[in-house]
Ligand binder design. Structure first.
Ligand SMILES: *Cc1c(COP(=O)(O)O)cnc(C)c1O
Length: 513
């Protein structure tokens, strides 16, 4: 370690009055002493196993107030070492109260962030090697394992060979859907600009629905698409909030009249609000007339497609240009892990490749290997494929399919419970393991009134510290979202969550009688 010297910071008094060359330092500070690591890591593993064992006993939603931690921790960092036990004790005492427990079996908010012991160990090994695998030579195993698992997962999803390395395409691990959309959008943008000239960038127009994830607009902004040319086509309750090809066609035609150039369509398989599924085949057919890039965002819903009975949600996938799916949502992988497959990786490489002298080597020059740095925003990248490799090998496709099926079965149970109570209604058809429901009109409440009652219901349910669920508003309808799939959730948790919701609803209805 270089000692800290003060001359860069003229405002501070000198800390070290000797120059770094002349002062003597003890060499006993070694930040990676294997025996010390073994000792700490064993303790940490026990801590983690206990956490998972006891997570059910914590309030799911953290109850702290803003600034709580700043008040608990010292203002200045320690000068001298603190013991590992002290630090770990603080994790228990000051950190855990400020954690919203996504791993609680009573977590039904947003979408689940699923986990597994296989992925955890894969993550440990990824951290262990800490390679910076920007290209093949920087760690051949990292690049090649990623290629293998991307093809494995493509096989599990029955993707056509055109998306696989064993065919004419390929896949890459991104961190999030945002980056997948950004990178493919930039590839699509450059493909068109190469033809029409960069000076026409303001003419490019991109399409999604009003249910497309908000990150799509962010990606458009980053990619330099004029915000006035970012279409969010309205969906309707009659179409179950999916994008209709006829409307898309009309919107495109209007844009063409204005002299705009369609460049990209984002289709969603399992929207974030309600898990609506856009019709890939019909939408791709419209898009193909205008030679647009079609991307399918299947962040959550895509995982279900490893089961033959749900694969139909990806029907028509052979007609699109790219697909992204986030195993950190529903395939047990821990954050972050978003798989992106493309038919023509050359387009993304063309748009994103960099070739600085200091990274050149005979392999990267020969184009005989994949340089993943050219498939993503950053340069450095982690050995993330280890997690997926451990998951797929440890559980096999069969258990992964059963994991999806078990979650969907619990969602069906919850759906039936909601349907069995006349006060409630299912607002949109359930497709995966998310149930969207609400208290129905009663006692002559108008739309605003019923929205208020449902808001109150959600507030009261969450304030009990026992479960956590969230809401959405789609087509002007306020609804509660019950997302099943936290890895530790069992049917009994779903049933007792329902009982809590029902009990509170009953009290509320009685209060208003
Ligand atoms: C969750 C979600 C996203 C954002 O996903 P990340 O991979 O976490 O960035 C994007 N699209 C859809 C449809 C989602 O459900």
């Amino acid at each position: 370690m270089e000692p800290s010297t003060s001359y860069c910071f003229p405002c501070n008094p000198p800390i070290n009055i000797f120059s770094s060359e002349t002062s003597s330092y003890s060499k006993d500070f070694n930040p990676m002493n294997p025996e010390d690591f073994r000792h700490k890591a064993h303790k940490a593993v026990d801590f983690i196993a206990d956490y998972y064992k006891n997570v059910e006993t914590y309030p799911v939603l953290s109850q702290v107030h803003p600034g709580y931690l700043t008040n608990l921790l010292p203002e200045t960092p320690p000068d001298t070492p603190e013991s590992f036990d002290t630090i770990l004790r603080d994790v228990q005492n000051v950190i855990i109260p400020g954690v919203t427990h996504w791993q609680s079996p009573n977590f039904f908010a947003y979408f689940p962030a699923t986990i597994s012991s296989a992925a955890f160990v894969g993550e440990m090994l990824c951290t262990c090697f800490n390679v910076v695998a920007f290209d093949w030579l920087a760690s051949p195993a990292a690049t090649e394992l990623e290629m293998v698992v991307m093809d494995w997962l493509a096989t599990m999803l029955h993707l056509p060979k055109s998306f696989m390395f064993s065919g004419s395409g390929g896949g890459v691990l991104q961190s999030t859907t945002s980056e997948s959309i950004l990178c493919t959008l930039v590839a699509a943008r450059d493909r068109v600009l190469d033809e029409i000239g960069v000076e026409h960038i303001a003419k490019l127009v991109v399409y999604g629905s009003d249910q497309t994830h908000s990150t799509y607009k962010k990606a458009c902004k980053l990619a330099g698409i004029d915000p006035r040319n970012v279409r969010s086509i309205p969906t309707r309750v009659e179409d179950e909030f999916s994008l209709t090809p006829i409307v898309l066609q009309e919107v495109i035609k209007a844009d063409l009249k204005k002299g705009l150039v369609p460049v990209y369509l984002c289709v969603t398989t399992g929207t974030t609000s309600t898990t609506a599924v856009d019709p890939i085949i019909e939408l791709a057919k419209v898009a193909s007339k205008y030679r647009m890039w079609v991307h399918v965002d299947a962040a959550y819903g895509g995982s279900a497609c490893i089961c033959p009975e749900y694969r139909h949600f990806l029907n028509g996938i052979e007609k699109v240009d790219s697909l992204s799916l986030s195993p950190h949502k529903w395939l047990l992988s821990y954050l972050d892990c978003c798989c992106l497959w493309m038919k023509n990786p050359n387009l993304i490489v063309g748009a994103l490749s960099t070739n600085p002298e200091y990274l050149r080597n005979k392999h990267s020059e020969s184009n005989s290997v994949v340089s993943y740095k050219d498939w993503q925003v950053g340069t450095g990248r982690r050995f993330k494929s280890l997690r997926l490799w451990f998951i797929i090998r440890s559980y096999g496709v069969k258990n992964l399919q059963n994991h999806i099926r078990a979650d969907i079965q619990m969602a069906i149970t919850f759906e039936q419970l909601v349907r069995s109570d006349v006060k409630f209604e299912i607002v949109v058809p359930r497709r995966f393991s998310l149930v969207c429901f609400r208290l129905k009109q009663f006692n002559g409440f108008d739309t605003k009134g019923i929205e208020f009652v449902n808001k109150k219901l959600l507030e009261r349910v969450n304030s009990m510290d026992r479960v956590y669920l969230t809401h959405t508003v789609v087509g002007g309808i306020y609804m509660l979202r019950f997302a099943i799939g936290a890895t530790l959730t069992e049917e009994r948790h779903v049933i007792s969550a329902w009982e809590l919701i029902k009990e509170i609803a009953n009290t509320m209805v009685n209060e208003h009688l």
